[in-house]
Design a protein around this ligand. Structure first.
Ligand SMILES: [Zn+2]
Length: 300
C-alpha cells in the first residue's frame, strides 16, 4: 500500500491566461493515478491547512500575516509569482499541510507521496519563484518535534537550486539541505546548502544519475538521517521550459527508482513531493511526474 496525499484545491486557482505556472498538473496527475492499473495499491489522504503556528516556525510572522491579509507590496508579490487571491491562500496553506501530513505518513509507513509541495524558493520573509512558504523546512521542523527524530535531510533534485531551503537551514543543524541542480539557472544568486551539486547545462542521464547517487550516499552516510524529504522536481527533463538539463523519460524513471530503492533498502523513511515541472502539454508533464508513483508501485 502506498500512501498518497492530495487536495482538489491544488489546481483550483485562476491565473491570468499567459501565466507560466502549470496549475492544472496536480488535478491531471490525480486523475491519471485514479485510472492507474494498480490504483488499488494507492491509499489517499486529504490534508487540512497547516496551522499558522507551524508556518511561524520558519517564516517571519509579519510576512505570514501580510500574505494572509493581501498586504504584500507589488514588487515582492511579483517576485513570488502569483497574483494574490483567497484561493491562493487556501492552496498555499493546504499544500504546506499536505507536506507535513506526507512526512507523518512516511514516518509511520516508510514512504508517502504528496501530489504537491517542493516550494524551495520560499525564504524567511519573502516568497520567490512560485513559492510562498517553504513546506520542506516546515515539515522537517514538525517532524523534529518527535522524540525519535533527530536529523532530517531535504534531498532536492528539482533543476533549480533550493535557495530558500538552503538559507533557512543555515541556522538549523538538525536539518541538512542537499541540492542537485543546474548551475546556470534560476536563482542567479545561489545560497549555500549543506551540499550543493551544481551541474552543467545539457547534462545527460548517466552523468546526472551518477551525481544523484553520489549525493544521496554522501549525505545519508555522513548524517544518518531519521527521515529524508525528497523533492522530485521533473524540470530536469530535456523538454522542460525552465530546465536546461537533458534528462530523458527513462532517466527520470531510473532516478526515482534509485532514490526510492536506496531509502527502502536502508530503512530510511522517505516523504516525496512532486516539485517543479513546466510544460504547456499537460499529458507530457503528467507523464513525467507519474514516474515517481510508478517507481514506488514497482518497489512495493
Ligand atoms: Zn524548479
Amino acid at each position: 500500500m502506498i500512501h498518497c496525499v492530495y487536495h482538489p484545491c491544488y489546481s483550483q486557482l485562476v491565473l491570468p491566461q499567459n501565466h507560466g505556472f502549470p496549475i492544472t498538473k496536480y488535478q491531471h496527475l490525480y486523475q491519471q493515478l485514479q485510472r492507474h492499473p494498480q490504483q488499488h495499491k494507492l491509499r489517499w489522504h486529504q490534508p487540512d491547512a497547516a496551522p499558522l503556528a507551524q508556518i511561524e516556525r520558519c517564516h517571519h510572522p509579519e510576512y505570514l500575516h501580510q500574505f494572509l491579509g493581501n498586504r504584500i507590496a507589488a514588487a515582492p508579490l511579483k517576485r513570488m509569482g502569483f497574483p494574490w487571491s483567497e484561493a491562493l491562500v487556501t492552496r498555499t496553506l493546504t499544500s504546506v499541510g499536505g507536506t507535513v501530513l506526507t512526512t507523518e505518513l512516511a514516518l509511520e509507513q516508510g514512504i508517502a507521496l504528496h501530489l504537491s509541495g517542493g516550494y524551495h524558493h520560499a525564504h524567511y520573509d519573502f516568497g520567490s519563484g512560485y513559492c510562498v512558504f517553504n513546506d520542506l523546512v516546515i515539515a522537517a521542523e514538525v517532524a523534529l518535534t518527535r522524540p525519535a527524530i533527530h536529523k532530517v535531510v531535504i534531498f532536492d533534485l528539482d533543476v533549480h537550486q533550493g535557495d530558500g531551503t538552503a538559507a533557512l537551514c543555515q541556522s538549523r543543524p538538525e536539518i541538512i539541505s542537499c541540492s542537485v541542480h543546474c548551475d546556470s539557472n534560476f536563482p542567479s544568486r545561489k545560497q549555500r546548502s549543506d551540499f550543493d551539486f551544481g551541474l552543467a547545462r545539457g547534462c545527460q542521464d548517466d552523468d546526472y544519475l551518477q551525481s544523484v547517487s553520489e549525493a544521496l550516499a554522501l549525505v545519508t552516510r555522513l548524517h544518518q538521517p531519521d527521515l529524508l524529504i525528497y523533492d522530485a522536481g521533473v524540470d530536469v527533463h530535456h523538454q522542460d521550459r525552465l530546465g536546461h538539463l537533458s534528462i530523458s523519460n527513462r532517466g527520470l524513471r531510473r532516478r526515482e527508482q534509485l532514490v526510492l530503492s536506496y531509502c527502502l533498502n536502508n530503512n530510511l523513511p522517505v516523504a516525496c513531493v512532486i516539485g517543479g515541472g513546466y510544460d504547456r502539454d499537460p499529458e507530457a508533464l503528467t507523464h513525467r511526474h507519474r514516474q515517481l508513483f510508478d517507481a514506488a508501485l514497482e518497489l512495493l
